[in-house]
Design a protein around this ligand. Structure first.
Ligand SMILES: Nc1ncnc2c1ncn2[C@@H]1O[C@H](COP(=O)(O)OP(=O)(O)OP(=O)(O)O)[C@@H](O)[C@H]1O
Ligand SMILES: [Mg+2]
Length: 374
C-alpha cells in the first residue's frame, strides 16, 4: 500500500437525494468578555458545497466552526442544519463529521478502533461497526492498515484515519479546521487533492478552515474571507482573486501592486482613473465605494510593452530579476513606485538590459479598482 495510489471508488452517501448537508448561520455572534470573536455572521452552505473560511490568525474561523459543531455556545443568532435550528442539540446529535487540528486520534486505540468510535457512541452493533470502519478506511486509501496504532503511521496516514473517523457515520456535512496544517508541503498538496476528490464523489458539504490562500484557492467552491470576526468578502476563488473589494483582501489573497488613484469616471463596469505619475488609465470597476481608491494589478498581469504604448502603465527600470523555477520575478521602479512583475518561463524581461529603461503596462480588464482601507 503506497500513499500515492488513487482512492477507491467510494460508497455513495446513503440518502442519495443530494439535498442533505445545508448549514446556515443567521446573525451569529460570539462575545468573549466584550470582544466579539465572531460578529453578526450570516453564511449559508448549500448541500454538496465546499466552503472555505479564510482569514488571518484570530479572525474567528475556529470560533465559527466550534459554534457550528456545538462546542461553543452562541452569544446570539442561530445555526440551522438542513433547515432545523440546532442550538439546543449537543455536538453528537448534529450529524457533522469533524476533523480539527487539535482533534488528535486516540493513541491507545488502533486505526480501526478510532474509526469505529463514533459508531460506538451511536450504539451501532459490533459487527456492523467493523464493516463500516473497514469501508471508511478503504475509502481514504488505508485498506489493511486498521490494526496499526497512530504512532505506527505517518502524519498523512493519521490525517486520513481522522478523515475516515469523520466520515464513517455518513454525516450530513464535514467540518475541517486546518486538517493539514501539520503536514509538509508535498503531503499537504496530495491530501488536498484526495480530500477534494472524496468530497466530490460523496457529494458531501464541507466547511473548511485555513489561513493558507493557495489551499483555499485550490479546494473551494466558495471562499469566505474573514477579518476581525466579520466576513469581508465572499465568492468563487477566481472571483475573489480577480475582484478584491479592498486593498486588504487583494493583499491577503496573493501579491498585488497597489497604485493609489482618483476616480474620474465610472461607467459600464469600467473606471477612468488618474494615477498621478502613471498618468490616466482604465480599469475594471465592480462598483465598490469608499473614501480612497487604488488600482490593483497582479504581478502576472503586468507586461513589458513598447515605449510610448503605455496608456495603462508607465516607464521605469528593472531593479532586480530573480528566476523562481517556472517564473521570473522582476522588481521595478516605475513612475517613482516599486512594483513587482511575474513572467512565465525565463520571460522576455530576463534578457533585458538591467540598466535600460523599460515600459510596463496592463490590460484594462485585468486591473481592478478597489477601496484603499489601510
Ligand atoms: N476561549 C476563548 N476565550 C477568550 N477569547 C477567545 C477564546 N477563543 C478564542 N478567543 C479569541 O477570539 C478571537 C478569534 O479566535 P479564533 O480561534 O476563532 O481565531 P482563528 O481565526 O481560528 O485563528 P487561527 O488562524 O489562529 O486559528 C481571537 O481574538 C481569540 O483570541
Ligand atoms: Mg483557528
Amino acid at each position: 500500500m503506497t500513499t500515492t495510489t488513487a482512492l477507491p471508488a467510494p460508497v455513495p452517501a446513503a440518502t442519495g437525494d443530494g439535498q442533505r448537508g445545508s448549514i446556515e448561520l443567521r446573525g451569529v455572534r460570539k462575545l468573549y468578555g466584550n470582544v466579539a470573536a465572531v460578529d453578526d455572521l450570516d453564511l449559508t452552505v448549500r448541500p454538496g458545497e465546499f466552503v472555505t473560511l479564510l482569514g488571518p490568525s484570530g479572525s474567528g474561523k475556529t470560533t465559527t466552526m466550534m459554534m457550528i459543531a456545538g462546542f461553543e455556545e452562541l452569544t446570539s443568532g442561530t445555526v440551522l442544519i438542513d433547515g432545523k435550528p440546532v442550538d439546543r442539540l449537543p455536538p453528537k446529535d448534529r450529524d457533522l463529521g469533524i476533523v480539527f487540528q487539535s482533534y488528535a486520534l486516540f493513541p491507545h486505540m488502533s486505526a480501526a478502533e478510532n474509526v469505529e468510535f463514533p459508531l460506538r457512541m451511536r450504539s451501532v452493533p459490533r459487527a456492523e461497526r467493523r464493516r463500516r470502519a473497514e469501508e471508511a478506511l478503504a475509502r481514504v486509501g488505508l485498506a489493511g492498515l486498521g490494526d496499526r496504532r497512530p504512532r505506527q503511521m505517518s502524519g498523512g496516514q493519521q490525517q486520513r484515519v481522522a478523515l475516515a473517523r469523520a466520515l464513517v457515520f455518513n454525516p450530513a456535512a464535514l467540518l475541517l479546521d486546518e486538517p493539514m496544517a501539520a503536514l509538509d508541503k508535498r503531503l499537504r498538496e496530495q491530501m488536498q487533492d484526495e480530500v477534494k476528490t472524496l468530497q466530490k464523489s460523496l457529494g458531501i458539504s464541507v466547511v473548511f478552515v485555513t489561513h493558507d490562500q493557495d489551499e483555499a484557492m485550490s479546494m473551494s467552491d466558495r471562499i469566505v474571507v474573514m477579518r476581525d470576526g466579520k466576513i469581508v468578502q465572499e465568492g468563487a476563488p477566481e472571483d475573489v482573486y480577480a475582484h478584491p473589494r479592498t486593498d486588504w483582501v487583494a493583499n491577503f489573497l496573493g501579491d498585488t501592486n497597489l497604485l493609489p488613484c482618483t476616480v474620474l469616471e465610472r461607467k459600464d463596469g469600467m473606471a477612468v482613473v488618474d494615477l498621478g505619475a502613471w498618468g490616466v488609465g482604465r480599469v475594471r470597476d465592480r462598483g465598490v465605494d469608499g473614501d480612497a481608491y487604488a488600482v490593483s494589478v497582479r504581478p502576472e498581469h503586468l507586461r513589458f510593452v513598447d515605449a510610448g504604448r503605455t496608456e495603462n502603465g508607465g516607464t521605469g527600470r528593472i531593479v532586480s530579476s530573480t528566476v523562481l523555477g517556472a517564473t521570473v520575478r522582476h522588481r521595478l521602479q516605475v513612475a517613482g513606485q516599486d512594483v513587482v512583475m511575474r513572467e512565465l518561463g525565463t520571460g522576455s524581461g530576463a534578457a533585458r538590459d538591467l540598466r535600460g529603461e523599460v515600459s510596463v503596462g496592463w490590460s484594462a480588464d485585468e486591473a481592478q479598482l478597489l477601496v484603499l482601507e489601510s
